[in-house]
Ligand binder design. Structure first.
Ligand SMILES: Cc1cc2nc3c(=O)[nH]c(=O)nc-3n(C[C@H](O)[C@H](O)[C@H](O)COP(=O)(O)O)c2cc1C
Length: 179
């Protein structure tokens, strides 16, 4: 049976291209479940039909209701991409007020391989909380793909130019070594 990969999508520009990761992951044998933050799901950041067609599953952004059956198989690994400045800070602070944040917090606690690929500007990066959040997540075992040779923050206003080269496949390469 295929291993299950949860892809958690936050509300940043590369979210529109997240089907690239789904297609690459299914090509590598993963069964992919897509989870979007409410901001990503409601703010027209994602191409929901393309993600659902590529994964074969509905995109989820809310908790199941009490009494409702589990909607996805349990995860074997988690990729958070694109990870926003907002979500990295909330995650590191232990805030779990969305389904996406609750499941990433739990995944770390369960000891699952969790890989995070950020996307934010140097302006958001300069906030001391952002640096601390990356450090905190790394110390909890999350592989944050931040730094030379991985992902680097872009000058404000240039994010659109970085979407095409966003290193989706790096997240899968790292997982192949860990999952
Ligand atoms: C068009 C647009 C582009 C955005 N791009 C980014 C981005 O690249 N990185 C980022 O951290 N936030 C970005 N934001 C802000 C986030 O969408 C916002 O902080 C949101 O609350 C994040 O929610 P989430 O972390 O729950 O997905 C953008 C917002 C808009 C409207």
């Amino acid at each position: 049976m295929s291993k299950v990969l949860y892809l958690v999508i936050c509300a940043a520009g590369p979210a529109a291209d997240a089907v690239r990761l789904v297609t690459a992951a299914t090509g590598r044998g993963w069964d992919v479940c897509v989870i979007a933050t409410p901001a990503a799901a409601d703010g027209e950041f994602i191409d929901r039909p393309a993600l659902e067609a590529a994964s074969g599953r509905p995109v989820r952004s809310t908790w199941r209701r009490s009494g409702e059956e589990k909607r996805n198989p349990p995860a074997d690994a988690v990729v958070v991409a694109p990870m926003t400045m907002n979500s990295v800070n909330k995650w590191a602070a232990g805030i779990a007020d969305t389904y996406a944040l609750g499941l990433v917090a739990e995944a770390v606690g369960l000891g699952l391989p969790v890989v995070a690929l950020p996307f934010w500007s140097t302006a958001l990066d300069s906030h001391p909380a952002t640096r601390r959040a990356v450090w905190t997540l790394r110390n909890s075992g999350v592989r944050v793909l931040y730094g030379e040779g991985e992902w680097m923050p872009h000058p404000p206003g240039t994010g659109g130019e970085r979407i095409a080269s966003y290193p989706w496949s790096l997240a899968l390469d790292v997982l192949a070594d860990r999952a």
